[in-house]
Ligand binder design. Structure first.
Ligand code: PEP
Length: 261
């Protein structure tokens, strides 16, 4: 389980959060389309704010870069002011959706039960779900990292048919590393990714676990991406701040892969 699995195509995803107006969004993806290295064997995605999905999707029309959303609501339609459904995201051209980002959990009180419902809705609509998990600094310092990850994974992922869950991507994002400039060391990230893979094996079996893509997120930069991607259980990155500039994000996409990958 510690050898990089060729089935796991690297995925580099940019989470723009609540940044960029429409003009800047289109300029960024146009620049990215030109800058993303030719021959990249993996997948690249950007997740703009909801208001920019259609213009960014339009600008990406002939580009290999995929469109993602930052969140969704599990109901199909109805009186849910301010929310957006999986089918609306599909209709807007989305390929993927982030679920349970730590900012959603911390600021908007998303729970593991909500993550599970959102995951179910995303899968039903044919979106690639990227479920985010990760511990706070306090949890790490009090040796609760593994318990927290186990709770989040079980609470969010339990009870699906393994075949239905096949498109799942998990992002390990230690909260203390998000937007802080403080990255987990490659060894810390690898240890957590291996733990997540073992939890996935316990839930859904070794074949499912060895095919599961696990991204690292938390202050990923052009300077640290190569050493992170050299770890056998790191299959890509979820990038916040550094995804807002074409030069830094394209350098991350063009990470120097170890020969084995
Ligand atoms: C994120 O938003 O998921 C993230 C990892 O942000 P940053 O890269 O800025 O730490």
């Amino acid at each position: 389980m510690t050898t990089a699995n060729p089935i796991r195509r690297p995925l580099i995803a940019g989470n723009w959060k609540m940044n960029l107006d429409l003009k800047a969004s289109v300029e960024l993806v146009r620049a990215l389309t030109l800058a993303v290295p030719r021959g990249f064997q993996g997948e690249v995605m950007v997740a703009p704010p909801f208001t920019a999905l259609t213009v960014v999707g339009e600008a990406l029309r002939d580009s290999p870069i995929r469109l993602g959303a930052q969140d969704l609501f599990w109901e199909e339609k109805g009186a849910f002011t301010g929310e957006i459904s999986a089918s609306q995201l599909k209709d807007a051209g989305c390929w993927s959706v982030l679920i349970g980002h730590s900012e959603r959990r911390r600021i908007f009180a998303d729970t593991d039960a909500w993550v599970r419902r959102k995951l179910e809705a995303a899968l039903k609509a044919g979106l690639i779900p990227v479920v985010c998990v990760g511990e706070t600094l306090e949890e790490r310092e009090s040796q609760r990292t593994w318990r927290v990850l186990e709770t989040q994974l079980k609470g969010g992922l339990e009870g699906f048919a393994p075949s239905a869950l096949a498109p799942l991507v998990v992002a390990y994002e230690p909260v203390w590393a998000i937007g802080t400039g403080k990255t987990a060391t490659p060894a810390q990230a690898q240890e957590a990714h291996l733990f997540i893979r073992k939890q996935a094996a316990a839930l859904y079996g070794p074949a499912f676990a060895s095919g599961l893509r696990i991204l690292y997120g938390g202050s990923v930069t052009p300077e640290n991406i190569d050493s992170l991607m050299a770890e056998p259980d790191i299959d890509g990155a979820l990038v916040g701040g550094a995804s807002l500039k074409a030069d830094s994000f394209s350098r991350i996409v063009g990470f120097r892969s170890p020969a084995a990958r």
